[in-house]
Write a protein that binds this ligand. Structure first.
Ligand SMILES: Cc1cc2nc3c(=O)[nH]c(=O)nc-3n(C[C@H](O)[C@H](O)[C@H](O)COP(=O)(O)OP(=O)(O)OC[C@H]3O[C@@H](n4cnc5c(N)ncnc54)[C@H](O)[C@@H]3O)c2cc1C
Length: 410
């Protein structure tokens, strides 16, 4: 067992594996990547694997664009072959307010250098032949969005990390963090202590729980999110674009000859990980297919295909929501050497490549190279809200996931 490390990353999902890879790629040694379970086996491989480059701010749109570019350069950067489909993505509005939202998103995206435009409902139906172009008020198409089998991101970053001398420690749960005089000194595990000046909390649904080991309160709420994949359907082709429907927060894409459907319900299950047994794994999470059947019904006018489906796979996980809908990335204020990479807001898989690169630069050089204060772990929306306010703000950000703030009900 390793006893000393330059940095310890807790959690080998997409975010932790990306940070760990970028740390060793930048020359830091030795770095340990610890997971209480198998490497990259929890929420990350259960994701839909979609990118969405046009986000709510210039900063997030820029980061999401850079992350997609990193996925397209992944093999060159890591030496690991990755498979993705650059199908583009469509977003469908069915109300006047959401048509306005889409026009603004297109302007915003174009200003940020994204290849995005409005297309007609007929053109949308040509791109996605399962779409009936009725009841639609606007559609956007972003040409360079892509999708991929999600487990590749943590698995391939972890493999590239190992090939560069990084130390992979699966089935190694961090149960304590050592600190002295306001500085991190190491982590405790059942297999022993690793002394280190840098600890990165990339524990996904358990991010708060790890934070509590240091008496920090990280305002990110683990929230159940699910999707299904149908049996193969005639006419499904891999290049049919990712399609999102704004008002009912549903998304779909081709998946192994069938269709994947997922989405965001109004009353999601929020989970306090402190109430679960120490050995809990995402595989133990209770799922509820009725949530997805309701979503399928809500889009059945435009997608009658979902009226008669045979489901091949139903899966779900525990992404974490934040009160302001932004990720959490950076050093924890007042505790030297403690960093957080979390608050994924159901977008952590696709943004992990760039966030990992930036956090690694932050650890090594003391700066990420751009202003990431909106993602700061110490911001009021993360550090200061009472539990009730936090839970309700996170619920709303989930329930209106695709709605621009000014289109949401009060
Ligand atoms: C159905 C579904 C669809 C989704 N679709 C998308 C999508 O299309 N695009 C997108 O970008 N995102 C999507 N997401 C969200 C995405 O899955 C998450 O943002 C991402 O997986 C978060 O990665 P992570 O590394 O933070 O967490 P995880 O993958 O959960 O990794 C955290 C790891 O930390 C480990 N850990 C926790 N505590 C400890 C400890 N004390 N000691 C050691 N290890 C510990 C855990 O075992 C776990 O392996 C989706 C999620 C779901 C569930």
């Amino acid at each position: 067992m390793l006893t000393e490390a330059a940095a310890v990353v807790i959690g080998s999902g997409a975010l932790g594996a990306s940070v760990a890879f970028h740390l060793v790629a930048a020359g830091l040694k030795p770095v340990a990547l610890l997971d209480q379970h198998a490497i990259g086996g929890e929420t990350s491989p259960r994701a839909a694997g979609l990118t969405q480059q046009v986000r709510g701010s210039d900063l997030m749109t820029d980061l999401a664009r850079r992350s997609v570019e990193k996925i397209t350069r992944f093999a060159g950067e890591t030496g690991q072959p990755i498979v993705y489909v650059q199908s583009g993505s469509m977003k469908i509005a069915r109300t006047a307010a959401h048509a306005r939202q889409l026009r603004e998103e297109v302007e915003h995206g174009q200003r940020c250098g994204i290849d995005i435009d409005l297309i007609s409902p007929a053109e949308a139906a040509r791109r996605n032949p399962f779409l009936r172009p009725t009841g639609i008020t606007a559609v956007s198409f972003a040409k360079t969005d892509l999708y991929l089998e999600p487990g590749q991101i943590p698995r391939l970053y972890a493999r590239a990390f190992g090939e560069r001398g990084g130390v992979l420690l699966p089935h190694t749960r961090v149960s304590g963090v050592l600190r002295e005089d306001g500085e991190v000194k190491g982590v405790l595990t059942e297999q022993g202590t690793i002394r280190t000046p840098v600890v990165i909390d990339a524990a996904g649904a358990w991010t708060r729980r790890v934070g509590r080991l240091l008496d920090t309160r990280i305002g990110a709420v683990a929230t159940r999110h699910q999707l299904f994949i149908t049996e193969p359907i005639d006419g499904v082709e891999p290049m049919q674009p990712i399609t999102r429907v704004i008002d009912c927060n549903a998304y779909m894409r081709p998946a192994d000859g069938g269709l994947m459907l997922g989405g965001y319900e109004a009353d999601p299950v929020q989970v306090d990980m402190a109430n679960l047994p120490a050995g809990f794994s995402i595989a133990d999470l209770a799922l509820d297919i009725s949530v997805l059947h309701r979503l399928a019904e809500q889009i059945s006018e435009q997608f009658p295909v979902f009226r008669r489906i045979a489901i091949r796979e139903h899966r779900g996980g525990l992404p974490t929501m934040t009160a302001d809908g932004e990720h959490i990335l950076g050093p924890w204020p007042g505790l030297k050497g403690f960093y957080v990479a979390g608050g994924c807001c159901v977008g952590g898989l696709s943004i992990a490549p760039i966030l990992g690169e930036l956090l690694a630069a932050w650890v090594i050089t003391g700066s990420p190279g751009l202003d990431l204060s909106p993602l700061s772990p110490g911001r009021a929306a993360v550090a200061d809200l009472d539990e009730t306010t936090l839970a309700e703000a996170c619920r709303r950000n989930y329930a209106y996931h695709y709605w621009a703030p000014d289109t949401r009900p009060a």
